[in-house]
Write a protein that binds this ligand. Sequence first.
Ligand code: F6P
Length: 536
Amino acid sequence: MEEIWQQLEQHQQQLANIHLRELFAGNPQRFEQFSLQICDLLFDYSKNRLNKDTIDLLCKFLEKRDFKTWQDQMFNGEEINHTEQRAALHIALRNRSNQPILVDSKDVMPEINTVLNKISNFVEKVHSGEWKGFTGQPIEFIVNIGIGGSDLGPKMVTEALENYHHPRLQAFFISNLDALQLHRVLKKINPETTLFVIASKTFSTQETMTNAQSARRWLIEKLGDEQAVSKHFVAVSTSTEQVKTFGIDPANMFEFWDWVGGRYSLWSAIGLSIALMIGMKNFEELLTGAHEMDQHFRNAPLKENMPVLLGLIGFWYNNFFGTTSQAILPYDCALEHLPAYLQQLEMESNGKRVSRNGETLNYRTCPVIWGTLGNNGQHAFYQLLHQGTQLIPSDFIVSAESQFEKYGQQNALLSNALAQTQALMQGRNLEETRQGLKDLTEMQVPHRVFLGNQPSNTIAYKRLTPKILGSLLALYEHKVFVQSICWNINPFDQWGVELGKQMAAALLPALENSQTTFNYDASTNGLLTYLKAQRT
Ligand code: F6P
């Protein structure tokens, strides 16, 4: 084992029995020393089980993993996604400096700008009413059909920025193969005023293509003419051929490139639904926020680098404290879908068991990412965070102001956010419990004890704007990259999704035909028999 890894293990042993309370008591400057303000975000990492030596060692570890070289390779458009032989250049999509970025010796900025202009013109036409549906009506409903990165990012951002929505437009998102989801949307929209955005990098994903075909049939049934499709369907994809095959005119296609990974694609034309809903100016603000975080990530020293610190702290718990999950707890209703978005971003990127070279790893990689709106979580699963048996690091994401502060609820929300991080950190020991709750019997006391020492980060901001959201999302993207370097894995492929897709394709005929006996494993045979019987 590398020497630096051993040093980190030894250092963990020194810290293992020190309570966070002691760390705070011993250092009145702890907040100043372990917090950072960048891109209108405050990152308080003082409530973590670490000290200055921890940060020094973790940064040394990252340097030993050639972090700077990998970072340069990513920013320079090199083929760092080696298993798919491509670059990972989401940073180019929001490169507001417009400095050339070369892929295979070709500057990608001109084509990025061309697509951004095309999006901008289209958004303008939809907003002004110049783009009309088949019967001459302006668009009122935007229905994004996509899945994974072609759904989670656009949906999360669109819903987070509801305050910025165009007043005439409403957005819906369809991702699931269960036709119920499609049905729920179709009954709320008017075919004459609906624009379907079919978002798929490959334009071959089963869920998206199936929903898109059904939506197409619905539209033709309702408007009575196949010609209507061109006024109500646009495509976002890397594949012109597949778009044509589906029956969408490439003139109504918004292009992106294979060097944009699905879960990193909301900054590309995949963000078309976002741009339609919040307008181009605000979409560009989102890009600007991300670009500013990119610049910070690229240039700030490791110890003052927000994504680096966020990534290293996660690595510290995952690999030295044996934690297996990470909670994401927004105290901002606008970010309701952030945990689901981060699940794909983190787990599809770093849920890997072999190194870049294909060697089996003998350490843990990505933890399970989970969470929900913090205030709701308090009345559901926080019990386990406070008194369960596991150490679970949490990210509290806190907005100082509410997007809708009419009846003065925000102080109560903020007091809860602060109290939770404080309670997780401090706990209430046996003595305090006995003293504070005098009427308790001895039997009741242990049930009221909180050990505390549960770590958390707090990321806070004034109020969510497109720019701040852009910075926040880029922060997490780069955190994922930092951790991939710690674990020596390729975060930009996702081969783990393939086997299930192939098996689903192989099983489909058994569901479609009249076969009643099957030749799979006993469980699959039994389940097929049961499910088919229920349907007849
Ligand atoms: O199956 C996983 C995945 O490939 C994700 O990585 C991706 O975001 C999603 O499917 C959707 O893919 P596409 O945009 O090609 O439809």
